[in-house]
Design a binder for this molecule. Structure first.
Ligand code: ADP
Length: 369
Protein backbone atom coordinates (compact mmCIF):
# COMPACT_ATOMS: atom_id res chain seq x y z
CA UNK A 1 0.00 0.00 0.00
CA UNK A 2 1.13 3.56 -0.67
CA UNK A 3 0.56 6.22 1.96
CA UNK A 4 -0.17 9.86 1.02
CA UNK A 5 -0.09 12.90 3.29
CA UNK A 6 -3.81 13.39 2.66
CA UNK A 7 -4.58 10.03 4.21
CA UNK A 8 -2.72 11.09 7.33
CA UNK A 9 -4.54 14.44 7.48
CA UNK A 10 -7.91 12.75 7.07
CA UNK A 11 -7.07 10.33 9.89
CA UNK A 12 -5.96 13.18 12.16
CA UNK A 13 -9.30 14.96 11.65
CA UNK A 14 -10.68 12.31 13.99
CA UNK A 15 -8.55 13.54 16.88
CA UNK A 16 -10.26 16.12 19.08
CA UNK A 17 -8.39 18.51 21.32
CA UNK A 18 -9.88 17.95 24.81
CA UNK A 19 -12.43 20.47 25.94
CA UNK A 20 -12.83 22.31 22.64
CA UNK A 21 -14.78 19.86 20.48
CA UNK A 22 -12.49 20.85 17.59
CA UNK A 23 -10.16 18.51 15.75
CA UNK A 24 -6.43 19.09 15.77
CA UNK A 25 -6.24 19.68 11.99
CA UNK A 26 -8.75 22.52 11.93
CA UNK A 27 -7.06 23.99 15.03
CA UNK A 28 -3.78 24.18 13.11
CA UNK A 29 -1.90 21.84 15.42
CA UNK A 30 -0.66 19.60 12.60
CA UNK A 31 2.39 21.12 10.94
CA UNK A 32 2.75 21.06 7.21
CA UNK A 33 5.80 18.81 7.34
CA UNK A 34 4.43 15.28 6.93
CA UNK A 35 7.17 13.02 5.57
CA UNK A 36 6.51 9.55 4.26
CA UNK A 37 9.16 6.95 3.59
CA UNK A 38 7.57 3.59 2.82
CA UNK A 39 5.53 2.81 5.95
CA UNK A 40 7.50 5.27 8.01
CA UNK A 41 5.55 8.48 8.77
CA UNK A 42 6.89 11.53 10.61
CA UNK A 43 5.43 14.99 11.28
CA UNK A 44 5.11 17.44 14.13
CA UNK A 45 2.32 18.83 16.29
CA UNK A 46 2.53 22.47 17.24
CA UNK A 47 1.07 23.32 20.68
CA UNK A 48 0.56 26.82 22.04
CA UNK A 49 2.46 26.25 25.27
CA UNK A 50 5.35 23.95 26.10
CA UNK A 51 3.49 22.79 29.21
CA UNK A 52 0.14 22.09 27.53
CA UNK A 53 -1.42 19.45 29.80
CA UNK A 54 -2.83 17.50 26.84
CA UNK A 55 0.38 16.96 24.87
CA UNK A 56 0.70 13.29 25.78
CA UNK A 57 -2.92 12.39 25.28
CA UNK A 58 -3.15 14.21 21.93
CA UNK A 59 0.02 12.52 20.62
CA UNK A 60 -1.32 9.14 21.71
CA UNK A 61 -4.70 9.80 20.08
CA UNK A 62 -2.96 10.89 16.85
CA UNK A 63 -0.95 7.67 16.74
CA UNK A 64 -4.07 5.58 17.32
CA UNK A 65 -6.02 7.46 14.63
CA UNK A 66 -3.32 6.80 12.05
CA UNK A 67 -3.10 3.10 12.95
CA UNK A 68 -6.91 2.82 12.84
CA UNK A 69 -7.81 4.89 9.78
CA UNK A 70 -4.71 4.50 7.60
CA UNK A 71 -3.22 1.09 8.42
CA UNK A 72 -2.04 -0.80 11.48
CA UNK A 73 1.19 -1.34 9.55
CA UNK A 74 2.20 2.36 9.64
CA UNK A 75 5.32 3.00 11.65
CA UNK A 76 4.23 6.05 13.70
CA UNK A 77 4.98 5.29 17.38
CA UNK A 78 7.50 7.84 18.63
CA UNK A 79 7.64 9.56 15.23
CA UNK A 80 5.50 12.58 16.14
CA UNK A 81 7.60 15.55 17.22
CA UNK A 82 6.09 18.04 19.65
CA UNK A 83 6.75 21.76 19.25
CA UNK A 84 5.49 24.83 21.12
CA UNK A 85 4.86 28.36 19.89
CA UNK A 86 5.86 29.87 23.22
CA UNK A 87 9.38 29.39 24.50
CA UNK A 88 9.72 27.49 27.74
CA UNK A 89 10.62 29.56 30.80
CA UNK A 90 13.80 28.37 32.40
CA UNK A 91 13.21 25.74 35.05
CA UNK A 92 13.41 27.54 38.41
CA UNK A 93 16.32 25.47 39.65
CA UNK A 94 18.18 25.82 36.39
CA UNK A 95 18.25 29.60 36.63
CA UNK A 96 20.63 29.55 39.60
CA UNK A 97 21.99 26.01 39.46
CA UNK A 98 24.86 26.75 41.81
CA UNK A 99 22.70 28.29 44.53
CA UNK A 100 21.71 25.94 47.33
CA UNK A 101 19.12 27.96 49.29
CA UNK A 102 17.11 31.03 48.39
CA UNK A 103 15.62 33.07 51.23
CA UNK A 104 13.07 35.82 50.67
CA UNK A 105 13.29 38.56 53.32
CA UNK A 106 9.93 40.30 53.52
CA UNK A 107 7.78 42.53 55.68
CA UNK A 108 4.14 43.49 55.79
CA UNK A 109 4.90 47.21 55.92
CA UNK A 110 7.80 49.57 55.25
CA UNK A 111 10.10 50.95 57.91
CA UNK A 112 10.14 47.90 60.20
CA UNK A 113 13.81 47.21 59.46
CA UNK A 114 13.51 44.57 56.75
CA UNK A 115 16.53 45.85 54.81
CA UNK A 116 18.59 46.27 57.98
CA UNK A 117 17.81 42.69 58.97
CA UNK A 118 18.56 41.40 55.44
CA UNK A 119 21.97 43.13 55.40
CA UNK A 120 22.94 41.94 58.88
CA UNK A 121 21.68 38.42 58.29
CA UNK A 122 23.76 38.25 55.11
CA UNK A 123 26.87 39.46 56.95
CA UNK A 124 26.26 37.10 59.89
CA UNK A 125 25.94 34.13 57.51
CA UNK A 126 29.13 35.15 55.70
CA UNK A 127 30.96 35.37 59.05
CA UNK A 128 29.87 31.80 59.75
CA UNK A 129 31.71 30.76 56.61
CA UNK A 130 28.84 30.45 54.16
CA UNK A 131 28.96 31.77 50.60
CA UNK A 132 26.31 34.48 50.56
CA UNK A 133 24.62 36.63 47.92
CA UNK A 134 22.08 39.40 48.45
CA UNK A 135 19.71 40.83 45.86
CA UNK A 136 18.16 44.15 46.81
CA UNK A 137 14.78 43.92 45.08
CA UNK A 138 13.16 46.73 47.07
CA UNK A 139 12.30 49.06 44.20
CA UNK A 140 10.58 51.47 46.59
CA UNK A 141 13.72 52.14 48.57
CA UNK A 142 16.81 50.22 47.52
CA UNK A 143 19.05 50.73 50.54
CA UNK A 144 21.60 47.92 50.34
CA UNK A 145 24.23 49.92 48.40
CA UNK A 146 24.36 52.35 51.33
CA UNK A 147 24.31 49.65 54.01
CA UNK A 148 27.21 47.84 52.33
CA UNK A 149 29.16 51.01 51.65
CA UNK A 150 28.87 50.25 47.95
CA UNK A 151 27.13 53.40 46.80
CA UNK A 152 29.92 54.14 44.38
CA UNK A 153 29.98 50.63 42.94
CA UNK A 154 29.20 50.30 39.25
CA UNK A 155 28.80 46.62 38.50
CA UNK A 156 30.18 45.82 35.07
CA UNK A 157 29.71 43.00 32.61
CA UNK A 158 32.10 40.08 32.35
CA UNK A 159 32.18 37.20 29.91
CA UNK A 160 31.52 33.78 31.41
CA UNK A 161 31.39 30.74 29.10
CA UNK A 162 30.49 32.94 26.13
CA UNK A 163 27.74 34.86 28.01
CA UNK A 164 27.91 38.49 29.09
CA UNK A 165 26.98 38.51 32.77
CA UNK A 166 26.71 41.25 35.40
CA UNK A 167 29.42 40.92 38.04
CA UNK A 168 27.87 41.46 41.50
CA UNK A 169 29.51 44.04 43.76
CA UNK A 170 31.05 42.60 46.92
CA UNK A 171 31.77 43.70 50.47
CA UNK A 172 32.09 41.99 53.88
CA UNK A 173 32.08 38.61 52.14
CA UNK A 174 28.66 39.19 50.57
CA UNK A 175 28.02 39.43 46.82
CA UNK A 176 25.39 42.07 46.25
CA UNK A 177 23.32 43.53 43.43
CA UNK A 178 20.72 46.21 43.91
CA UNK A 179 18.05 47.56 41.63
CA UNK A 180 19.44 50.86 42.96
CA UNK A 181 22.61 50.39 40.89
CA UNK A 182 20.61 50.58 37.68
CA UNK A 183 17.97 53.26 38.29
CA UNK A 184 18.18 56.47 40.21
CA UNK A 185 16.04 56.76 43.32
CA UNK A 186 13.50 59.16 41.87
CA UNK A 187 12.74 56.86 38.94
CA UNK A 188 12.64 53.64 40.94
CA UNK A 189 9.32 54.43 42.61
CA UNK A 190 7.74 54.99 39.19
CA UNK A 191 8.65 51.50 38.08
CA UNK A 192 5.68 49.33 37.88
CA UNK A 193 4.88 45.71 37.23
CA UNK A 194 6.54 44.36 34.16
CA UNK A 195 9.41 46.81 34.02
CA UNK A 196 10.60 46.17 37.56
CA UNK A 197 9.96 42.45 37.26
CA UNK A 198 12.02 42.20 34.10
CA UNK A 199 14.88 44.16 35.59
CA UNK A 200 14.91 41.85 38.61
CA UNK A 201 14.81 38.76 36.44
CA UNK A 202 17.92 40.06 34.71
CA UNK A 203 19.67 40.69 38.01
CA UNK A 204 18.99 37.06 38.89
CA UNK A 205 19.47 35.22 35.62
CA UNK A 206 22.04 37.41 33.87
CA UNK A 207 24.40 37.92 36.78
CA UNK A 208 27.42 35.87 37.73
CA UNK A 209 26.34 34.83 41.25
CA UNK A 210 28.42 31.69 41.09
CA UNK A 211 28.27 29.15 43.90
CA UNK A 212 26.23 30.28 46.90
CA UNK A 213 25.02 28.58 50.06
CA UNK A 214 22.49 31.31 50.76
CA UNK A 215 20.95 33.77 48.32
CA UNK A 216 18.91 36.42 50.15
CA UNK A 217 16.34 38.58 48.42
CA UNK A 218 15.38 41.85 50.10
CA UNK A 219 11.80 42.16 48.82
CA UNK A 220 9.70 45.32 48.59
CA UNK A 221 7.37 45.70 51.61
CA UNK A 222 3.85 44.32 51.44
CA UNK A 223 2.52 42.22 48.60
CA UNK A 224 2.94 43.04 44.92
CA UNK A 225 3.40 41.71 41.42
CA UNK A 226 7.10 41.61 42.14
CA UNK A 227 6.57 38.98 44.81
CA UNK A 228 4.59 36.92 42.33
CA UNK A 229 7.22 37.27 39.61
CA UNK A 230 10.00 36.24 41.92
CA UNK A 231 8.27 33.16 43.22
CA UNK A 232 7.41 32.14 39.67
CA UNK A 233 10.98 32.71 38.52
CA UNK A 234 12.85 31.07 41.36
CA UNK A 235 12.47 28.00 43.53
CA UNK A 236 12.50 29.92 46.82
CA UNK A 237 13.49 27.75 49.77
CA UNK A 238 11.57 29.83 52.27
CA UNK A 239 10.57 33.30 53.40
CA UNK A 240 11.33 35.14 56.61
CA UNK A 241 8.94 37.89 57.68
CA UNK A 242 10.28 40.89 59.61
CA UNK A 243 7.97 42.87 61.89
CA UNK A 244 8.04 45.11 64.92
CA UNK A 245 5.95 44.07 67.93
CA UNK A 246 3.49 46.92 67.26
CA UNK A 247 -0.11 45.93 66.51
CA UNK A 248 -0.33 47.72 63.15
CA UNK A 249 2.86 46.05 61.98
CA UNK A 250 1.70 42.65 63.16
CA UNK A 251 -1.56 42.95 61.23
CA UNK A 252 0.45 43.50 58.03
CA UNK A 253 2.91 40.73 58.90
CA UNK A 254 -0.05 38.38 59.16
CA UNK A 255 -1.13 39.42 55.64
CA UNK A 256 2.40 38.83 54.39
CA UNK A 257 2.45 35.35 55.87
CA UNK A 258 -0.87 34.41 54.32
CA UNK A 259 0.37 35.65 50.93
CA UNK A 260 3.32 33.26 51.11
CA UNK A 261 1.23 30.32 52.21
CA UNK A 262 -1.59 31.04 49.75
CA UNK A 263 -2.10 28.89 46.65
CA UNK A 264 -0.78 31.52 44.23
CA UNK A 265 2.59 31.83 45.93
CA UNK A 266 2.99 28.76 48.13
CA UNK A 267 6.39 29.49 49.65
CA UNK A 268 7.19 28.01 53.08
CA UNK A 269 7.51 30.53 55.89
CA UNK A 270 10.75 29.81 57.75
CA UNK A 271 9.72 32.11 60.57
CA UNK A 272 9.13 35.57 61.97
CA UNK A 273 11.83 38.02 63.03
CA UNK A 274 10.95 40.55 65.70
CA UNK A 275 12.87 43.76 65.05
CA UNK A 276 12.87 46.71 67.42
CA UNK A 277 11.82 44.20 70.08
CA UNK A 278 12.91 46.55 72.87
CA UNK A 279 15.13 49.58 73.39
CA UNK A 280 18.39 49.19 75.22
CA UNK A 281 20.51 52.28 75.96
CA UNK A 282 24.19 51.66 75.33
CA UNK A 283 25.12 52.77 78.85
CA UNK A 284 22.53 50.49 80.51
CA UNK A 285 22.74 47.28 78.44
CA UNK A 286 20.68 45.28 80.95
CA UNK A 287 17.66 47.59 80.71
CA UNK A 288 14.88 46.81 78.25
CA UNK A 289 12.16 49.27 77.32
CA UNK A 290 9.32 47.80 75.26
CA UNK A 291 8.57 50.83 73.13
CA UNK A 292 6.44 49.04 70.51
CA UNK A 293 4.85 46.58 72.93
CA UNK A 294 6.19 43.39 74.42
CA UNK A 295 6.64 40.18 72.48
CA UNK A 296 4.01 40.87 69.83
CA UNK A 297 5.86 38.76 67.24
CA UNK A 298 6.32 35.95 69.70
CA UNK A 299 2.56 35.79 70.21
CA UNK A 300 1.84 35.98 66.48
CA UNK A 301 4.39 33.23 65.82
CA UNK A 302 2.76 30.98 68.39
CA UNK A 303 -0.68 31.70 67.04
CA UNK A 304 0.30 30.92 63.44
CA UNK A 305 2.56 28.04 64.42
CA UNK A 306 5.69 29.48 62.80
CA UNK A 307 9.08 29.71 64.50
CA UNK A 308 10.26 33.00 66.00
CA UNK A 309 13.74 33.16 64.50
CA UNK A 310 15.13 36.10 66.42
CA UNK A 311 14.52 39.23 68.46
CA UNK A 312 16.60 42.26 67.58
CA UNK A 313 16.62 45.22 70.00
CA UNK A 314 16.48 48.89 69.01
CA UNK A 315 20.03 50.06 69.37
CA UNK A 316 21.53 53.27 68.11
CA UNK A 317 24.50 51.42 66.63
CA UNK A 318 22.18 49.41 64.32
CA UNK A 319 20.85 52.62 62.84
CA UNK A 320 24.32 54.19 62.64
CA UNK A 321 25.79 51.02 61.17
CA UNK A 322 23.24 51.20 58.38
CA UNK A 323 23.97 54.84 57.65
CA UNK A 324 27.73 54.36 57.72
CA UNK A 325 27.74 51.29 55.55
CA UNK A 326 29.05 49.04 58.33
CA UNK A 327 26.44 46.53 59.47
CA UNK A 328 26.66 45.83 63.24
CA UNK A 329 26.77 42.10 62.53
CA UNK A 330 30.43 42.66 61.53
CA UNK A 331 31.17 42.76 65.25
CA UNK A 332 29.88 39.39 66.46
CA UNK A 333 30.90 40.07 70.08
CA UNK A 334 28.63 43.08 70.55
CA UNK A 335 25.09 42.56 71.90
CA UNK A 336 23.58 43.34 68.52
CA UNK A 337 26.17 41.26 66.67
CA UNK A 338 25.27 38.32 68.90
CA UNK A 339 21.57 38.80 68.18
CA UNK A 340 22.24 38.57 64.43
CA UNK A 341 24.56 35.56 64.85
CA UNK A 342 21.80 33.79 66.72
CA UNK A 343 19.29 34.75 64.04
CA UNK A 344 21.58 33.36 61.34
CA UNK A 345 22.00 30.09 63.24
CA UNK A 346 18.24 29.73 63.63
CA UNK A 347 17.67 30.37 59.92
CA UNK A 348 20.31 27.79 58.98
CA UNK A 349 18.80 25.25 61.39
CA UNK A 350 15.31 25.79 60.02
CA UNK A 351 16.47 25.27 56.46
CA UNK A 352 18.60 22.25 57.26
CA UNK A 353 15.78 20.65 59.22
CA UNK A 354 13.39 21.22 56.35
CA UNK A 355 15.78 19.96 53.70
CA UNK A 356 16.41 16.83 55.75
CA UNK A 357 13.00 15.92 57.06
CA UNK A 358 10.33 17.28 54.82
CA UNK A 359 9.34 16.46 51.27
CA UNK A 360 9.13 19.64 49.13
CA UNK A 361 5.32 19.48 49.13
CA UNK A 362 5.18 19.33 52.91
CA UNK A 363 7.31 22.35 53.52
CA UNK A 364 4.48 24.65 54.51
CA UNK A 365 3.83 24.57 58.19
CA UNK A 366 1.67 27.61 58.76
CA UNK A 367 -1.87 26.85 59.77
CA UNK A 368 -4.19 29.69 58.92
CA UNK A 369 -6.79 30.66 61.48
P1 ADP B 1 12.60 48.69 55.83
O1 ADP B 1 13.55 47.98 54.95
O2 ADP B 1 11.67 47.77 56.55
O3 ADP B 1 11.90 49.82 55.19
P2 ADP B 1 14.98 49.75 57.13
O4 ADP B 1 15.82 48.55 57.29
O5 ADP B 1 15.31 50.69 56.03
O6 ADP B 1 13.44 49.34 57.03
O7 ADP B 1 14.96 50.50 58.53
C1 ADP B 1 14.27 51.70 58.74
C2 ADP B 1 15.10 52.59 59.67
O8 ADP B 1 15.16 52.02 60.96
C3 ADP B 1 16.53 52.74 59.22
O9 ADP B 1 16.92 54.05 59.50
C4 ADP B 1 17.29 51.77 60.11
O10 ADP B 1 18.63 52.16 60.31
C5 ADP B 1 16.50 51.81 61.37
N1 ADP B 1 16.53 50.53 62.09
C6 ADP B 1 16.13 49.33 61.66
N2 ADP B 1 16.25 48.39 62.61
C7 ADP B 1 16.76 49.01 63.71
C8 ADP B 1 17.12 48.59 65.04
N3 ADP B 1 16.97 47.33 65.43
N4 ADP B 1 17.64 49.52 65.87
C9 ADP B 1 17.77 50.81 65.49
N5 ADP B 1 17.45 51.27 64.28
C10 ADP B 1 16.95 50.39 63.39
Amino acid sequence: MTIYPNLIIEALKNVRYPGTGKDIVSMGLVEDNIRIDGMNVTFSLLFEKPNDPFIRSVVKAAETAILTYVSPEVNIKGNITVKARQLARPEPDKLLPQVKNIIAVSSGKGGVGKSTVAANLAVALALQGYKVGLLDADIFGPSQPKMFNLEEAHPYMEEVDGRELIKPAENYGVKMLSIGFFVNKEDAVLWRGAMASNALKQLIGDANWGELDYFLIDLPPGTSDIHLTLVQTLAITGAVVVSTPQEVALADARKGISMFTGDKVNVPVLGLIENMAWFTPAELPENKYYIFGKEGCKRLAEELNVPLLGQIPIVQSICEGGDQGKPVALNPDSITGKAFQELAENVVNQIEYRNEHLAPTERVIVTKK
